[in-house]
Design a protein around this ligand. Structure first.
Ligand code: NAP
Length: 233
C-alpha cells in the first residue's frame, strides 16, 4: 500500500496498522527523517517499507517522487491519498498565494499522485484508491471555507474517478472524517480551539482504512463517513 502524509497523524497510524497486518508499505511525506525512523522501526518488526521525501505542494516534483516509490516497491494494491493541510481564514482575507498552495496540496497533488499510480495498478489487474476528505466538505464552518472547498473538490474527483476506472477493477472510496486528534490542530495554518479529547483517535481512522482495504473484491464502498461520537465539534 502507498500512503501520502505518512510521517505523522492519521498517515503514520495507518502505516503502523497496515504493517502489523503484514502489508508492504510505500510511504511519502516531506519529513524524510520521520519516515526513515518509522521505516527502521517497522523493518525491525519484519515489515517491507519503502519511503520517499516529496513536497506535494511543489507540483513539478510530485510525479518523479512517486515514481521512485513505484520503482522500489512496484504498483501498490491500495493507494491512500491522505496528505493534506488544514487551513483557517475568512475567505475575504485569504491570500491568492495561500489559496493556490492549498489547492495544489489538497487537490492537485492527489490528481498527480493518482495518475502516476494508475497505470501500474491497471496492469496489476485492479486496486483501491482511498481519498481522505472531511466533514467540512459538506458542512460550512466559519473560516474553514478554503479548506472545505478543497475537500469537496476531492469528493467530486473521487466520484468521477470511480466511474472512469471501474472497468479496470479499480475501486475508489472517499473517506469523510470529522475531527481527529492529530498534529494538524497544532500546525501554523490552523487556528481553532476544539476539545481534543472529544476527537477521534488516529488509530480509529487507521482501523477503518484497514477494513476498507481488506473488504471483499466483490463489493465497493463509495463513501465512508467517520465522526466522533459527539458529532461535528
Ligand atoms: P497532520 O497530522 O498534520 O499530518 C499531515 C500529513 O501530511 C503529514 O504526514 C505531513 O507530512 C503531510 N504533508 C503535509 N504537507 C505536505 C506536503 N507539502 N507534502 C507532502 N506531505 C505533506 O494531519 P492529519 O490530521 O493526519 O490529516 C491527514 C488527512 O486527514 C488530511 O488530508 C486532512 O485534511 C484529513 N482530515 C483530518 C482531520 C482532522 O481532524 N485531523 C479531519 C478531517 C480530515 P510532512 O509534514 O512530513 O510533509
Amino acid at each position: 500500500m502507498l500512503i501520502t502524509g505518512a510521517s505523522r497523524g492519521i498517515g503514520a497510524a495507518t502505516a503502523r496498522c497496515f504493517a502489523a497486518r503484514g502489508w508492504a508499505l510505500q510511504l511519502l511525506a516531506r519529513d524524510g527523517s520521520a519516515l526513515a525512523a518509522m521505516a527502521g522501526d517497522l523493518r525491525s518488526q519484519g515489515a517491507v517499507v519503502h519511503w520517499a521525501a516529496v513536497d506535494l505542494s511543489e507540483a513539478a516534483g510530485v510525479s518523479a517522487g512517486v515514481e521512485t516509490l513505484l520503482a522500489a516497491g512496484g504498483p501498490p494494491g491500495v493507494l491512500i491519498n491522505n496528505a493534506g493541510a488544514g487551513y483557517t481564514s475568512p475567505l475575504a482575507a485569504m491570500s491568492l498565494q495561500d489559496w493556490q498552495w492549498l489547492v495544489q496540496l489538497n487537490v492537485t497533488s492527489v490528481l498527480q499522485v493518482t495518475r502516476t499510480v494508475l497505470p501500474g495498478m491497471r496492469r496489476a489487474g485492479g486496486g483501491l484508491v482511498i481519498n481522505i476528505s472531511s466533514h467540512a466538505a459538506h458542512q460550512a464552518f466559519p473560516e474553514w471555507g478554503g479548506y472545505g472547498m478543497t475537500k469537496a473538490a476531492l469528493a467530486a474527483f473521487s466520484r468521477s474517478l470511480a466511474l472512469e476506472e471501474a472497468s479496470q477493477d479499480i475501486r475508489v472510496t472517499t473517506v469523510t472524517l470529522g475531527a481527529v486528534n492529530t498534529p494538524l490542530w497544532d500546525t501554523p495554518t490552523v487556528h481553532a480551539d476544539l476539545d481534543r479529547r472529544a476527537m477521534l483517535d488516529p488509530a480509529d481512522v487507521a482501523h477503518a482504512l484497514l477494513q476498507l482495504a481488506e473488504q471483499p473484491l466483490r463489493q465497493r464502498i463509495e463513501n465512508l463517513t467517520l465522526l466522533p461520537a459527539a458529532g461535528a465539534l
